[in-house]
Design a protein around this ligand. Structure first.
Ligand SMILES: C[S@@+](CC[C@H](N)C(=O)[O-])C[C@H]1O[C@@H](n2cnc3c(N)ncnc32)[C@H](O)[C@@H]1O
Length: 435
């Protein structure tokens, strides 16, 4: 590990409860010298446990970090699954039994969507070891490579050896990537890898801070790396310039229904194939309940995960998305198979699709980024679209937009999919019908 924060002090406290929102324990600690400690949030601990924790100060911020349980371990505590747990910032809940974990996440989403608690009956948990996408940061320091995710509560990079949430194909690449960086980075160079397990193999992207291009000898090293590690492609990126250094005989792609859609290592995609299938299954069930589904508008469509996978439901579908590159990947498929898809590159935050245009469609699918889609929801709430399927990776912004949609739409069903295992994140799908 590289240098840790300056440590201030060690303390003992009792966990009164676990905060639903953050997932951290609320710890009471009576230390007369330090009134800050009376009630603090500490991650990785469970109700009733007596724990040892550290108070750490970094610049002007103070952090409280779990050290160990010293008395009364909670009966729902289980062995952590990964050696990096509590140090790595990636996972929060590996110490919970499956039952407690499920209960906690369900409580969290019910808490946010409290008016609709009775509609939230289950949680579909996508198991660990399936995530097909990873970003690793790296730095070369004192002739050593540190590569991995951020340390918990910090920007520091931990030196990752393994990871329980990622697909094994990506985990197996961690050590070879460190060896590669040893050869191509200079001291104090900072780099970032963007890795996707595509349908046909690994697609690796690399950026190196302040490096605009790679010398020929480094490219030769990368080509050799690509061959030895069975990569599908290796791309070096600086700003908007892409330098494809190695590519096997076929460019990386994802498959939506039977359509192959080209990707790059920086593309958005759902975290795993399994999560994507679960979401599509729930969406198809919802579509089966729509009284009319001749036409559909897919807002924040990306490269067509839903447009292409659900196209068989509609006579025509329109995909709207900000990313030019995503729309051009979708258009390639549309042209190749002559599909009834219309597409538009549009900033939906600044220029939402207006209600009169929305009225041309029976169904709207909307899947915004974590910020949600406030202005687009306002337009939807003025429209006469018959059904809306709102897919969200942030229940908080979903709850905000739901209030807007409620002016005109009735929420029929909510499905909750946990595609971010052991993290505090959740995916929800809301199904609405015109009042
Ligand atoms: C959660 S992803 C969903 C993508 C797609 N539905 C899928 O499942 O692959 C959100 C998408 O919104 C796009 N996006 C972000 N900001 C946007 C904006 N202001 N206007 C339109 N699209 C935007 C992103 O490029 C991304 O493709």
């Amino acid at each position: 590990m590289n240098k840790i924060f300056p440590q201030i002090s060690k303390h003992i406290g009792v966990v009164e409860s676990v905060d639903i929102d953050s997932g951290h324990g609320i710890v009471s600690c009576s230390d007369e010298r330090d009134s800050d400690l009376q009630k603090q949030k500490v991650a990785f601990c469970l109700t009733g446990e007596k724990i040892l924790f550290d108070k750490l100060k970094y610049r002007r911020a103070t952090y409280y970090t779990f050290a160990k349980v010293i008395e009364n371990p909670n009966t729902q505590r289980v062995e952590q699954k990964c050696p990096h747990f509590t140090i790595c910032g990636g996972c929060l809940f590996q110490h919970m039994s499956d039952a407690l974990y499920r209960e906690h996440k369900l409580k969290k989403v019910k808490n946010i969507l409290h008016h609709y608690q009775e509609k939230i009956t289950d949680l579909i948990v996508i198991p660990s070891g399936l995530r097909r996408k990873a970003n690793f940061e790296a730095i070369k320091k004192q002739d050593k490579i540190y590569l991995g995710f951020h340390r918990f509560n910090s920007r520091q990079i931990i030196n990752l050896e393994t990871c329980r949430i990622l697909r094994q194909e990506i985990v197996s690449l961690i050590e070879p990537l460190k060896k590669l960086l040893m050869e191509i980075l200079n001291e104090f160079d900072k780099a970032e890898f963007f890795i996707t397990l595509a349908e046909n193999g690994l697609d690796v992207g690399l950026e190196i801070q302040n490096v605009k291009f790679l010398q020929e000898e480094k490219k030769i090293i990368i080509q050799q790396f690509g061959i030895e590690n069975g990569l599908q492609r290796f791309t070096f990126r600086h700003g908007k310039k892409f330098d494809e250094i190695f590519c096997a005989n076929e460019k990386p792609y994802l498959k939506f229904a039977s359509y192959k859609v080209s990707i790059n290592p920086w593309s958005f995609m759902q975290t795993s194939k399994e999560a994507e299938s679960a979401m599509l299954g729930e969406m198809q069930n919802m579509l089966n309940l729509c009284s009319k589904k001749d036409s559909c508008i897919d807002l924040f469509s990306g490269r067509g995960t839903y447009t292409l996978s659900l196209i068989h439901n509609f006579r025509k579908i329109k995909a709207v998305e900000l990313s030019e590159e995503s729309i051009s990947a979708l258009n390639e498929v549309k042209d190749l198979y002559d599909l009834p898809i219309e597409s538009e590159i549009r900033n939906l935050f600044e220029k939402p699709v207006e209600s009169r245009e929305l009225n041309e469609f029976d169904v709207a699918i909307i899947n915004p980024p974590r910020a949600g889609a406030e202005s687009q929801s306002i337009e939807l709430a003025k429209s006469n679209v018959k059904n809306i399927l709102y897919v969200s990776c942030n229940p908080e912004t979903f709850a905000r937009d739901l209030k807007i949609l409620e002016n005109k739409y009735r929420l029929i069903d909510i499905k909750v999919i946990d595609q971010f295992i052991w993290s505090n994140h959740l995916e929800v799908i809301g199904f609405f019908e015109l009042k």
